[in-house]
Design a protein around this ligand. Structure first.
Ligand code: ZN
Length: 423
């Protein structure tokens, strides 16, 4: 029975992978709807033939990797349970732990290490791919350093969460999901507060804008939007990537707008001001706080569902998965698997909300800067530098796109421009 379940799971994963290969490489039609042909949103008007071909190729492979990697995690955790590895990790932890409190940290370490090693090839392929297409220019040692920081931050975070979670499960088998959620509220806020000052600086350097002339212009714009000057930062990314980006992060006094130096190096001042105005919209409209509220609401539902699904799975397949009791830390792979599935299932919804916020930010930015030429060309440059797909296939849009496609974004700006001319 165990072997059969394992084989079925692997087969299901392969079929799923083949489906997405077929969908992305053969079914999805990259051709633009004819009404967009020749407009400023049409990539053939701003990319040369080689760039067009590369962006199509690159996005297809990236999209496939995206769809392969999350269910790969599920398969991994499922097999860790079926093969008895989870049980073995627990036994090792029990044998090597001098004190009982160390069992969970040791178990978690083996499980994290196993997951990291098994998923490493996919991360490495993804890194190699972006190097091949000259998006990433990061050296292997520098990339590996980031990977190791990722690993330890992940491990450290779960090291705080898992012991508390299993303690709650033992103390309150029927309400742990609720108490766990209540504790997650201050924890999430605290992590969001620390992110820009403790975690992000582990990867890169953050500092005030270097170009003082540009800084004056940006701060004048920030002033117009009532954003304090000390909340605008530049980050060194030019050694790692050719892509451009800007984002808003942190909460409370640590809220900040961050511009990648690549964006500052490659765009004109007017284009940068448009990008900056877009980020200011996120800041002013408090999209981070809406995001956190939405995340917390969804995680309450998610934890409740996890509680139900874990109990159900253990009653039904406890023998096969070698879990006799949900409250034993051996069930952790099942917890990770269910959480990951629920996150994936909810991503179309959270992406939809995010796309709506992005659209609002674009509107705010164009109204504030009132310079459609700079706005449109900045998006064209963004698409070129990241070889991004201007018109992604439907599934890609639904599951992957936190931003509207460049086709939508540029054509909205063009509409604004036409309206402005006729007014
Ligand atoms: Zn945005």
């Amino acid at each position: 029975m165990v072997r059969k379940m394992g084989v079925y799971a692997v087969l299901a994963y392969c079929l799923y992978g083949l489906f997405f290969y077929w969908y992305l490489f053969h079914f999805a039609d990259p051709k633009l709807p004819f009404e967009y042909e020749g407009t400023k949103a049409d990539p053939s008007t701003f990319l040369n033939g080689r760039e067009l071909m590369l962006s199509q190729e690159y996005s297809k492979i990236r999209n496939l990797l995206f769809f392969l990697s999350t269910p790969f995690e599920w398969l991994l955790y499922f097999l860790v349970l079926l093969t008895g590895l989870s049980k073995a990790f627990k036994n090792w932890a029990e044998q090597s732990a001098k004190y009982k409190v160390l069992i969970t940290p040791i178990y978690l370490f083996w499980l994290s290490l196993c997951a990291y090693i098994v998923t490493f090839p996919l991360s490495y392929i993804s890194y190699k791919l972006s190097k091949t297409y000259h998006i990433s220019i990061q050296t292997f040692p520098s990339w590996m350093k980031d990977e190791l920081i990722d690993f330890w931050i992940n491990y450290g975070t779960w090291l705080i969460i898992v012991p508390v979670l299993y303690l709650l499960m033992r103390k309150s088998p029927k309400r742990w999901w609720l108490y766990g959620w209540l504790l997650s509220v201050p924890f999430t806020l605290f992590m969001m507060f620390l992110q820009p000052v403790i975690i992000d600086p582990l990867y890169n350097d953050f500092y005030p804008l270097k170009n003082k002339e540009l800084e004056t212009k940006i701060l004048a714009l920030a002033d117009k939007a009532n954003i304090p000057a000390e909340h605008v930062f530049e980050v060194n990314m030019a050694e790692e990537t050719n892509a451009m980006n800007a984002y808003v992060t942190g909460i409370g006094s640590n809220a900040r707008i961050v511009l990648w130096d690549t964006t500052l190096n490659k765009l004109t001042d007017d284009q940068i001001l448009f990008i900056m105005a877009h980020e200011m919209a996120h800041y002013v409209e408090k999209h981070i706080y809406w995001g956190i509220a939405g995340y917390l609401a969804l995680s309450l539902l998610g934890l409740y569902l996890t509680y139900r699904l874990m109990n159900w799975a253990v009653v039904r397949w406890g023998n096969e998965m070698k879990i006799t009791d949900v409250r034993d830390v051996k069930s952790l792979p099942l917890f990770f698997m269910i959480i990951s599935m629920l996150l994936f299932a909810s991503s179309p919804f959270s992406n939809l909300v995010s796309r709506y916020q992005e659209m609002r930010a674009d509107t705010y930015a164009i109204e504030m800067t009132n310079n459609p030429d700079a706005a449109i060309s900045s998006f064209q440059e963004l698409a070129r530098s990241g070889l991004s797909q201007v018109n992604p296939p439907l599934f890609v849009k639904i599951f992957r796109y936190t931003h509207p496609s460049m086709l939508d974004r540029i054509s909205r700006l063009e509409e604004f421009q036409i309206k402005q001319r006729t007014d």
